[in-house]
Design a protein. Structure first.
Length: 368
């Protein structure tokens, strides 16, 4: 049996007529860059997500960069974020001219350890970027917001992996000043290419982000800022609008698959299963275990036709591009240790029961 880590084709086949029609509409109207189809998606997303402003942009990385620019963060400033995200979260901090300050994670959910934030705050600190990793909200998000408000700091929520996850029955991405989303094809709500969005309930910030994403102009040829070119394509907007009708059903399916994984592996001592905090709803963009002899298990599963991945094999502060910060693994012991044991198993809504059974059977076989 061959089981891919992710399978976008299955999803496409299930809604092929809708997607093909969405693409044809845009091509027929030649509405390729922004336009009415992107605007329709933005309005529908705002309504569904209970947020005032959704601004479609080129990708999730641009979304974070634009958020930082909209808050005038730059040279001489510092921004606090987590040590174990994808590099998009941290690289854009550096690209604004600001300095990134990394924080270790909690051992039970792999998100930022909120108790370690305040020790990094000083007069240069301007913002905190919590990442809702793997699809689970930061479990002490309310405390993080309190710390930010007490210290007059902005909060930018990185929701690239956690769209429609909830903290205390409220969607992540609606707590901070700004939040960012990636619609990369493999995400829970994925486009057919690069795409992203910025969310905010602050109308003034929304106006500025729209300008920054369109070369700094509100009216053509009248540039208020030096911006960038980061506009959502019409085709992506219309595809996402079609998929928006299915996202809650797909999310529920991911959660059901996670429950099945948990049930079938509950007694395997060498494997630590995902732990969901009672205040959080986990949308399982990724199903990540901590596994003894991780590298050997990964090879064994691949030899048996099972796709896996590592999210992520290296913590950010130890990458070569951050060598100037002079960090060591001792600065982030939880994140470093987790990076050597994490393993992402196949997870997508169309995963069948026999495939789940086969994956768990082979993991059990490996440890027997």
């Amino acid at each position: 049996m061959k089981i891919p880590f992710a399978d976008i084709k299955r999803q496409y086949n299930n809604i092929k007529k809708e997607i093909d029609s969405s693409i044809f509409e845009v091509v027929n109207d030649t509405a390729f860059i922004r336009g009415k189809y992107v605007e329709r998606f933005e309005r529908n997303f705002e309504s569904m997500y209970k947020v005032k402003n959704c601004i479609g942009v080129g990708n999730g990385t641009d979304a974070i960069y634009l958020a930082l620019r909209a808050l005038d963060i730059g040279k001489g400033d510092e921004v606090i974020t987590v040590c174990n995200s994808w590099i998009s979260t941290s690289e854009v901090i550096s690209q604004t001219g600001a300095m990134v300050k990394f924080v270790d994670i909690e051992s039970d959910n792999y998100n930022i350890d909120v108790t370690k934030i305040e020790s990094l705050i000083n007069e240069k600190t301007k913002a905190i970027i919590p990442v809702h990793l793997y699809g689970q909200p930061v479990k002490n998000l309310d405390k993080l917001i309190d710390i930010a408000r007490k210290n007059s700091l902005y909060v930018i929520e990185d929701c690239a992996q956690a769209i429609f996850a909830k903290f205390k029955n409220q969607f992540v991405g609606t707590f901070g000043d700004i939040s960012t989303i990636s619609f990369y094809p493999g995400k829970n709500l994925g486009a057919f290419g690069d795409s992203g969005a910025v969310l905010t309930n602050d109308n003034d910030i929304a106006i500025k982000i729209r300008m920054l994403a369109n070369h700094g102009q509100k009216i053509k040829h009248t540039h208020i800022y030096e911006g960038i070119n980061s506009r959502m394509d019409g085709i992506q907007g219309n595809i996402l609008n079609s998929k928006l009708n299915h996202i809650l059903k797909w999310t529920a399916k991911r959660q059901l698959i996670a429950e099945k994984y948990n049930s079938l592996m509950a007694d395997i001592e060498q494997v630590k299963l995902p732990k969901v905090d009672p205040n959080c709803s986990h949308v399982f963009h990724l199903y990540v275990i901590l596994a003894e002899r991780r590298d050997e298990l990964k090879i064994f599963l691949e030899e048996n036709g099972i796709g896996t991945a590592l999210h992520y094999p290296n913590i950010l502060p130890l990458l070569d591009c951050y060598s100037h910060l002079n960090h060591s693994e001792k600065d982030f012991p939880v994140g470093f240790n987790a990076s050597k044991m994490i393993l992402s198993l196949p997870m997508f809504p169309e995963l069948e029961d026999d495939e789940i059974n086969f994956v768990t059977k082979k993991i059990r076989e490996f440890y027997t």
